[in-house]
Each structure stands twice: as C-alpha cells, then as structure tokens.
Design a protein around this ligand. Structure first.
Ligand code: DAH
Length: 342
C-alpha cells in the first residue's frame, strides 16, 4: 500500500466509526464499536503495529493520522458514554440541565365537567342517604343480562350493542349490572348509586361513543313506592338541570315493572320545540322503574317482602344538557381550549 491508500483507509475507518456511533446506541453496542475501532485487533492499531514496514518518509504521516483518528474516536466514545449515563440518571446529570431555560408554567387545577357533575350528583344523593357502590367494568353475561331478566336469545338483548370478549366476559353495557351484585352482598334496605363507565358497539357520532358514563340508582325497602321514585328523580333533575317541568312516560326495560322514562321540558326552547328536542318540547333524561320480581329472585331477595326502584342515567348526556355541549366528542377530547370554558 502506498501512503495515499493507507491514509484513505484511516479516514474511512474514522468515518465508519462516526456513522456507527451516530446510530441509536446503548451501553453494550457502544463498547462494541469502541472495541472494533480501538481494540487490539482493530485496523488502526494494526497499522500502528506495522508502521516500521513503511518507508521512513511516510511513517510520520501515517502515525500522525492514525493517532488523530484514534483520539477523535476516543472523544466521541467518551461523550456518548457520559450522555448515556445522564439519560439513565437525569437527576444527577450536569449535561441535561440548562439553567437558563425558562421554567414550565403550571396551569391551575381544573375539574373536568363530567367529574364536576358527577361530584355534584354524588353529593346530592348522599344528602338523601344514598351510598356509592362500584362494580367491575368487565362483566359476566349473568350480571349484565340474565340476572336482570334478559335471558339469552331474548330479543331485548339487542337493545344493548354488546362487545363480546374471547374469554366469554363482556365490557358491561350498562351500570344496571351492579344491581344484583349489590343485592347479593348487602342486606336490604338499600339506597345506592353506582357510577361508572359502560361500553357499546356503537358507531361514533356527536351523541354516541363506544364508551360512556352512567349512574345507576337502586332503592330497596319494605314499602318503597312508585311515588318515592317520582319524588326522588324529580328532585334530581331539578337539582342537576334546573328542570321546572317534568313528565313520566311508560317504557319497557326487562328488569323493571312498570318501566318509565322521565322527561324534562326542553331546557333550550322551553317546550316550544327545537332541534335538540326534535320539535317535541321534551327531552328524555332518566329511564327508571320498579324492580322486577324476577330480579329480586335472582338476587335472593323475597319480592313479597321487599319493593324497590331503579334508574340509570346516561351521565354524559346530562353533562351535555347542563352545559349546552352539542358534541359529546368534545368532552373527551382533552382539548384545553374546550375544557377551560367550564
Ligand atoms: N340500563 C338501562 C340502559 O342502559 C337504563 C335503565 C333503565 C336503568 C331502567 C334502570 C332502569 O335502572 O330501571 O339502557
């Protein structure tokens, strides 16, 4: 090899080392690259070892450029090693902290509207002697359907567009699944509410998401009456939505008899008819009813001894009505410009 060729080889080795160091590195391959280029058997050290074979006039040049390449590689290796150490231990690093940078502005605490209305709801029901209970979000079809008098293959199951998991469980389609669980573990009389997330196989639009919040209520006592249900739910919509006019309509839900829907006069047009209430002047807010004797039987409670009522509020919808939000997706967007308006 003539001197030009040797110098080119040295330069190539240096460039290759730089490229390799530049690629994503970890502790282990960093040391490997180092060994390849500066180890005993590396090209650069082999050139140095054989330097006496070269003509005296090119020895000096070769020696100088090998040593320059070696110290460059050494330097890069040292820096990367230190950086790696800093990455693993950011607190102790002097490399990472730039004291001249402006600080991070901490925004004041802000409660999400859904959480705010939920807290208000819990407080309101607590004041009437209700306790908060919870159930699992991943449910058995027994608690979500069968124990609520919705047998397998019954057409009523179609009302709930259900996701089915491979292991036979389902993400609950409503918080009504907490009813029988609660009745099985506590002795009546009962006054409970069960807030939580529910899931349905829905196509997403302004008023539907595949995940949403409900608050279930259950009231059981020896002489619970339909008038108790009416009184409590009317007070609830008055408190939460400022509703002045309400009405109950008959409705069908397999786990209650009779089943009802509580409507409030449209809060937007005050009964005149608008796009939100679809010109009816009324908005449906709380489905409810008297607990079906079959449900009591599933839970091991004697329906001749106890009566009760239940209700299930679509909670996100309540928040939309309260704050006049026309797209549910906004509430879950995490967009601070939206959230700061509440
Ligand atoms: N679970 C029902 C749903 O998601 C709502 C419901 C209706 C709950 C009537 C109740 C009730 O407790 O009594 O569609």
């Amino acid at each position: 090899m003539n001197s030009e060729e040797i110098l080119k080889k040295i330069e190539q080795a240096l460039n290759k080392a730089k490229v390799e160091f530049n690629e994503k590195i970890n502790e282990k391959n960093l040391d490997e690259i180092y060994k390849n280029y500066l180890g005993k058997n590396s090209l650069l050290n082999n050139i140095l070892r054989g330097i006496s074979d070269y003509e005296p006039e090119i020895r000096k040049n070769v020696g100088l450029s090998v040593n320059a390449a070696k110290s460059q590689i050494e330097e890069i290796y040292k820096n990367l090693k230190e950086q790696l150490k800093a990455d693993n231990n950011p607190a102790g690093s002097s490399l990472r902290i730039d004291m001249s940078l402006p600080g991070v502005k901490i925004e004041p605490f802000h409660t999400h509207p859904i959480t705010a209305v939920l807290n208000d709801t819990v407080d309101f029901f607590s004041s009437m002697g209700f306790e908060v209970v919870e159930g699992p979000e991943i449910e058995t079809t027994h608690y979500n359907f069968d124990a609520l008098n919705i047998p397998d293959n019954h057409p009523a199951r179609d009302i709930w567009d259900t996701f089915y998991l491979k292991n036979g469980f389902i993400p609950r389609t409503h918080t009504s699944s907490v009813q029988v669980r609660t009745m099985e573990t506590r002795k009546p009389p009962l006054r409970v509410i069960a807030p939580g997330r529910c899931y349905r196989y829905e196509s997403v639009d302004a008023t539907h998401l595949f995940m949403f919040n409900q608050v279930e209520g259950l009231f059981i006592d020896k002489n619970a009456r339909l008038s108790d249900l009416k009184g409590i739910l009317e007070a609830t919509v008055k408190h939460l939505l400022g509703a002045k006019k309400t009405r109950f309509r008959p409705a069908f839900y397999p786990f209650v008899e009779p089943g009802l829907d509580l409507d409030i006069e449209c809060v937007f047009c005050h009964g005149k008819g608008c796009s939100v209430c679809k010109s009816s002047g009324w908005i449906e807010v709380i489905p409810c009813g008297m607990v079906h004797p079959k449900v009591f039987e599933y839970a091991g409670i004697n329906p001749a001894e106890y009566k009760g009522f239940a209700f299930g509020m679509g909670f996100d919808r309540l928040v939309m009505l309260k704050y006049n939000v026309n797209d549910l997706r906004l509430l879950y967007s995490g967009n601070m410009d939206v959230l700061n308006q509440f």
